[in-house]
Design a protein around this ligand. Structure first.
Ligand SMILES: Cc1cc2nc3c(=O)[nH]c(=O)nc-3n(C[C@H](O)[C@H](O)[C@H](O)COP(=O)(O)OP(=O)(O)OC[C@H]3O[C@@H](n4cnc5c(N)ncnc54)[C@H](O)[C@@H]3O)c2cc1C
Length: 469
């Protein structure tokens, strides 16, 4: 951990903060600050000394300038749905909550762009765009609480990434306040730009360690009017990679190929009062196909269905009704909450491997879990090679839990790395995966990352202690 000594927030600082954002934009009461002391990472909590809620870029600039001058750590925060501890203020100081910068500034139909403030909730943007028959396809399962700023900072994805990609594929412009208080505008409402260093790409996924994003320009696309979902129960895990390979081989790119194991489905069914029909099985694929013409979508889903049955699927259930589809995806989006409610202590994995290695990796995961007698809910974005392994503590004793999970996690990471994978596909490194970064990122690359951080933030006041020390 950093050995930097940071200045404390005293009354004088609080008064200066109030002068910048107004009294109503500052929280100092510890009860009211509790929601800002954690994100969704199980068991991680650290209180800020003060929470500030700016409304404009100029206020953000003054706040960053003050934190920099005074040497007070400042942690940016969006919806607080991160699961790697990125928004947790581990050195206290200031939490900069972007919740009041939540306006959709523009929907520019002719340019297929939207310009938003960082605090806009992803799901709200999706719903607004629908009114214009437009689509922003990045849909993390947390879409009704996470923000576009947080999505950019974590380079997040969702279940639609198989066909449409993730946040990185849609961000065309970013307005960002640097730790010095200076403002840069990288990119813009531009499909192309070869003018400067790729600042947009550098800031994407920088987890609030290089600058605070104050405006985002996103590309949007026409809303595909037709979609069909398939529920595919399987008794064996072996055919899964072959199914994906054969579907792709037929030049069909499904919108989503999601995976859930039986434990995940059992726990989520018990958690939700109203679950969609899912037959008893060991493994499930949830496949969505969308498009602009019904005949094409029908042809694609029928081909996928045949491939699944030929490869040993127990059944293929077709879901075409929008109400039933909504219920199905609500089930998928509720998985994490269900697992947390079942076992408040759990270790979350977000490993990504090349798509073709997925069956092999899932078998490796099951072997490691068996070796340490651990139970887990395994699910995720199989079509992207991105698996969430949520190891559930249940009744395991504390001491044993610590020892076996640290061994199991390292074995899982090393297994993925040996297959050409990475330790995080979408959740980021934050605080939680920081100790494991050297397993996958070379010392030379880590040094380069540290040097970049120093250029942006020489005093290390912006989200310190995240990604690396
Ligand atoms: C139930 C559940 C389901 C999830 N499903 C998915 C999923 O399908 N795909 C996926 O990718 N993730 C998923 N996540 C993880 C999480 O929702 C994403 O990482 C999301 O993008 C975080 O957004 P947020 O607004 O909540 O950010 P926060 O948690 O508030 O912050 C995340 C990081 O971004 C930084 N940050 C936030 N705003 C800014 C800003 N304006 N400028 C600079 N830095 C900023 C913070 O400092 C922090 O490091 C899920 C989480 C939960 C709880």
């Amino acid at each position: 951990m950093d050995k930097v000594k940071y200045a404390k927030v005293n009354l004088d600082i609080v008064n200066k903060l109030k002068k910048i954002v107004g009294d109503e934009g500052v929280i100092t009461d510890s009860f009211d600050m509790e929601p800002y002391s954690h994100d969704e990472t199980p068991g991680l909590k650290s209180f800020p000394e003060v929470v500030v809620k700016p409304k404009t870029k100029d206020e953000v600039a003054k706040l960053l300038s003050l934190s920099n001058q005074e040497g007070i750590p400042l942690t940016p925060r969006g919806g607080g749905t991160g699961v790697a501890g990125g928004a947790v203020p581990i050195f206290g100081g200031i939490v900069l909550s972007m919740e009041r910068m939540n306006k959709i500034l523009e929907i520019d139909i002719s340019n297929s762009m939207t310009v938003v403030q960082p605090g806009v909730i992803n799901g709200n943007l999706q719903r607004e765009l629908k009114n214009y028959e437009l689509f922003y396809p990045v849909n993390p399962a947390s879409l009704d609480s996470c923000t576009i700023g947080g999505n950019v900072a974590n380079s997040s994805s969702g279940s639609n990434a198989v066909k449409y990609g993730g946040t990185k594929n849609y961000v065309c412009g970013l307005e960002t306040v640097l730790p010095s208080g200076e403002v840069i505008r990288a990119g813009g409402k531009l499909v192309k730009n070869a003018t400067d260093y790729r600042m947009v790409q550098l800031l994407l996924g920088s987890e609030g360690t290089l600058g605070v994003i104050t405006e985002v320009t996103l590309q949007v696309i026409p809303l595909p009017p037709v979609k069909v979902d398939l529920i595919v129960p399987l008794s064996e895990i072996t055919p899964i990679a072959e199914i994906v390979k054969e579907v792709m081989g037929k030049k069909i790119i499904p919108t989503s190929i999601e995976y859930m194991d039986s434990e995940t489905v059992r726990i989520t069914k018990n958690y939700l009062k109203d679950s969609p029909f899912l037959p008893e099985s060991s493994h499930y694929l949830l496949i969505e196909v969308d498009g602009s013409r019904k005949e094409e979508v029908d042809k694609d889903y029928q081909t996928i269905g045949e491939i699944c049955l030929n490869r040993g699927a127990e059944d293929v259930l077709v879901v075409e009704d929008s109400g039933a589809q909504g219920k199905l995806w609500k089930f998928r989006q509720s998985i994490r909450d269900a697992l947390v409610s079942f076992s408040p202590t759990m270790i979350e994995g977000d490993i990504v491997v090349p798509r073709g290695k997925i069956t092999f990796f899932l078998q490796q995961v099951r072997d490691v879990l068996k070796k340490y007698s651990l139970s887990a809910g395994i699910f995720g974005h199989l079509g992207d090679g991105n698996v969430h392994i949520n190891i559930l503590k249940g009744k395991t004793e504390d001491e044993k839990w610590k020892v076996i999970t640290s061994k199991a996690v390292e074995e899982l990471f090393n297994g993925a790395i040996s297959l050409g994978g990475k330790i995080s596909g979408e959740h980021g490194i934050g605080l939680i995966k920081k100790p494991y970064l050297p397993l996958i990122v070379s010392e030379a690359e880590l040094n380069l990352m540290r040097k970049i951080k120093r250029v942006f933030d020489p005093k290390n006041v912006l989200n310190p202690g995240k990604i690396f020390d």
